[in-house]
Design a protein around this ligand. Structure first.
Ligand SMILES: Nc1nc2c(ncn2[C@@H]2O[C@H](COP(=O)(O)OP(=O)(O)OP(=O)(O)O)[C@@H](O)[C@H]2O)c(=O)[nH]1
Ligand SMILES: [Mg+2]
Length: 691
């Protein structure tokens, strides 16, 4: 591939609800541009973009894929993103690095929440917008209905650039309103034809709307339009580019990617009317603006990293400023480390092609830079710059990860870290109390993919399990007991004797130890031993093995032996007093309660609140937030929330968001207490058998 200057580059990220046809549209664009000579399909797992076995197995995109090709003297970089919510990091990263976001909407299923989410990211990153209404070959599709839906949902001006001729099985082609030409497709070939008479009026009307929208972007154009009543094709194009840049309207094209209808028109529109990268702004980490520009020293932002056991590490980056060749003296500014780049590549799906140079705005991939990670900035060593990292949502779904065997356990650590390093929405930690490795991410499928990759790429077998709940135990009644430890075997014996009173404390108090010994019946040097013995006993719990809290223990009497008493003997005596007292103290189990805030559209509020009630939750209040949305505040037991991300998704059709944090501990109802004790017993037996 030859080198392309910034103004001949077009970066376009395809985003939208899952299944809208982004990957097939990518395929159709590649085919129409002549980059491939046959279109692959999702069903056969043969598309360029979904090349990962995980994607083929699931028939959905999981990764952001970079597809670079040449068309009419331009270099077009099409970034295909997954629409499924679990992979929001891939979607957001894709939107961040392209100046243009192409929203693919399925004409048969409408906009979809995935598209709304992507729209929000596009707004946040200030990218230019364009819409392709796909699947016009499906039954019951109506282009103008989708156009209305777009207007109502996003409250912007949408201007059709192409409109379909016919629909469903009678979809024949499209009218390019901009050019005033109609095209029909026969056996995959495009032919120009007359504009169908029944569309003529509509097209005139739309054409006027386009010209007006174009004229409004520039005073000079506006004046000319007033004087002459029209604009030249060049002026219209110029106005459209400007309008897209200013986000004053959103162009809409239509077709059917699978049948390759309306795709050449889209491709032509991309090179003719979408803004080039030049002048697009990013922020640096110290909040300075940096413009995409060929002038200045090289800066490149890494927006995707992949570790492959065969290919090694691959880093995809966008050149923000200057140009990059293998002669450039590169530093990873984020880690202050020099990097030697010996080969520069561009990519088409999984295929890489070497290039000699990458200009500002372009996208490239380098292999084997093992210490360069997602979100890092590469720059010329003489002028290090750090581009602002992409802000992504925090992981919301946690499961426990368990290796199948000791061998798997040994291989797990290093390999899982490689996979997690590539995905900023995954995190992992070892929980010492629960004796579990907790893996957090955005949803079930994302974590299943991780498990599958561990097996396929590194031969590590693991299972996902529900995370354990950090229960606590406490007492509800005051009681006292004696603990006496006496042993006389052989020479040196053991002797410790204590009387301890246990009483409940308010929630959150922890453990309080009081020394009320008078007259030295327990010598001062053994008091700490008693406290230590108690603490250990409390840590082991009484009912189900969970740490005991909110207890006051008063040591008020005891006795000792001048020879046999020891630190250890008093520790044991204390634990015996604990054991003897507990049955009379009415021990109970406490569970963690979470403070939960859920934001949902009003229409789902009833269902969400009903669900919170079913989860033994308490609604604390609600308030209106934003357009037609309600925030529900509640307290819900942690044990009921482990699958909430998945449940809320189905309750609110993907339109719900929530946050959750620990609030306090509360006593569990008796029937649940029984269950917890049962389960804890089983778990401990399992743990024992492993030893
Ligand atoms: N009828 C019809 N089906 C289409 C069209 N485009 C795509 N499809 C089908 O829609 C399904 C989803 O297509 P994809 O290209 O995987 O959709 P996507 O938007 O990439 O999906 P995700 O990556 O999972 O978000 C596949 O079965 C495609 O064959 C189209 O124009 N017409
Ligand atoms: Mg896809």
């Amino acid at each position: 591939m030859k080198d392309y200057e910034t103004k001949f580059i077009r970066n376009v990220t395809l985003a939208g609800h899952n299944g809208a046809g982004k990957t097939i549209l990518t395929e159709a664009l590649l085919y129409s541009a002549g980059a491939i000579n046959k279109m692959g399909s999702i069903e056969n797992g043969s598309t360029i973009s979904d090349y990962d076995p995980e994607e083929q197995k699931r028939q959905m995109s999981i990764n952001l894929t970079v597809n670079q090709f040449e068309y009419k003297k331009h270099k077009v970089n099409i970034l295909d993103t997954p629409g499924y919510m679990d992979f929001v990091a891939e979607m957001a990263s894709g939107i961040y690095v392209s100046e243009n976001t192409l929203f693919v909407v399925s004409a048969s299923s409408g906009i979809g929440v995935g598209t709304e989410d992507a729209w929000e990211y596009s707004d946040k990153f200030g990218t230019h917008k364009i819409v392709f209404v796909n699947k016009m070959d499906n039954e019951h599709t109506d282009f103008f209905k989708i156009l209305d839906e777009l207007k109502n949902t996003f409250e912007k001006i949408f201007v059709p650039i192409t409109i379909p001729i016919g629909s469903a099985e009678n979809l024949k082609g499209v009218v390019n309103v901009l050019e005033g030409k109609a095209y029909i497709y026969k056996d995959g070939k495009r032919e120009e034809t007359d504009i169908p008479s029944e569309l003529a009026n509509k097209i005139e009307e739309i054409k006027t709307a386009i010209i007006e929208a174009a004229a409004e972007t520039d005073e000079e154009l506006m004046n000319k339009y007033f004087e002459e009543g029209t604009l030249s094709p060049e002026e219209i194009s110029k106005g459209i580019v400007e309008g897209i840049k200013q986000n004053s309207f959103v162009p809409v094209l239509a077709g059917a990617a699978k049948k390759n209808i309306g795709v050449i028109e889209l491709l032509d529109f991309i090179v003719k009317c979408l803004p080039s990268p030049e002048g697009f702004t990013y922020k640096t980490e110290d909040d300075k603006e940096i413009k995409v520009s060929p002038d200045g020293k090289f800066v490149g932002f890494v927006f995707k990293s992949v570790s492959d056991p065969y290919a090694g590490k691959l880093n995809y980056f966008k050149v923000i400023r200057g140009e990059l060749t293998t002669a450039t003296n590169v530093i990873n500014a984020s880690q202050d480390r020099h990097e030697k780049i010996s080969h520069l590549n561009v990519s088409l799906g999984k295929e890489h092609k070497e290039v000699s140079k990458l200009c500002a705005g372009d996208i490239g991939v380098v292999a084997k830079l093992d210490t360069v990670h997602y979100g890092d900035t590469l720059s010329d060593a003489s002028e290090p710059v750090k581009i602002k990292r992409i802000e992504l949502p925090k992981p919301i779904y946690t499961v426990a990860l368990e290796a199948d065997s000791r061998k798997d356990e040994e291989k797990l650590g290093g390999n899982i870290m490689k996979l997690i390093a590539d995905d900023p929405t995954l995190s992992i930690k070892r929980d010492a109390e629960l004796k579990q490795t907790l893996l957090s991410g955005m949803g079930e499928i994302q974590l299943e993919v991780l498990v599958s990759r561990l097996k396929d790429r590194y031969g590590v077998n693991v299972k996902l399990k529900e995370p354990r709940i950090p229960y606590r135990e406490t007492i509800e009644k005051k009681a006292e007991a004696q603990g006496k430890y006496k042993k006389q075997t052989g020479g040196h014996g053991q002797y410790g004797d204590v009387h301890i009173r246990f009483e409940p404390l308010p929630r959150g108090s922890g453990f309080e130890f009081v020394d009320a010994i008078v007259g030295g019946v327990v010598p001062a040097r053994f008091i700490p031993s008693v406290e230590k013995g108690l603490k250990e006993a409390l840590q082991k719990g009484f009912l189900a093995g969970y740490p005991m809290v909110d207890i006051k223990a008063t040591l008020f009497f005891g006795s000792y032996h001048s020879v046999d008493s020891s630190d250890l003997a008093f520790q044991v005596a204390a634990s015996l007093a604990f054991k003897n007292a507990m049955p009379n103290c009415k021990p109970v189990i406490l569970e963690p309660i979470m403070k939960v805030e859920v934001i949902v559209p009003e229409e789902y509020m009833g269902d969400v609140m009903g669900d919170i009630n079913n989860k033994r939750g308490k609604i604390l209040g609600m308030e209106a937030v934003g357009k037609g949305k309600q925030k529900i505040k509640a307290e819900v037991p942690m044990a009921e929330m482990t699958k909430y991300p998945i449940e809320l998704r189905s309750l609110a059709r993907g339109r719900g968001k929530f946050t959750m944090e620990f609030s306090h501990y509360e006593k569990v109802p008796p029937h649940i207490q029984e269950k917890i004790i049962e389960e804890a017993k089983k778990w401990r037996e399992e743990e024992e058998s492993k030893k």
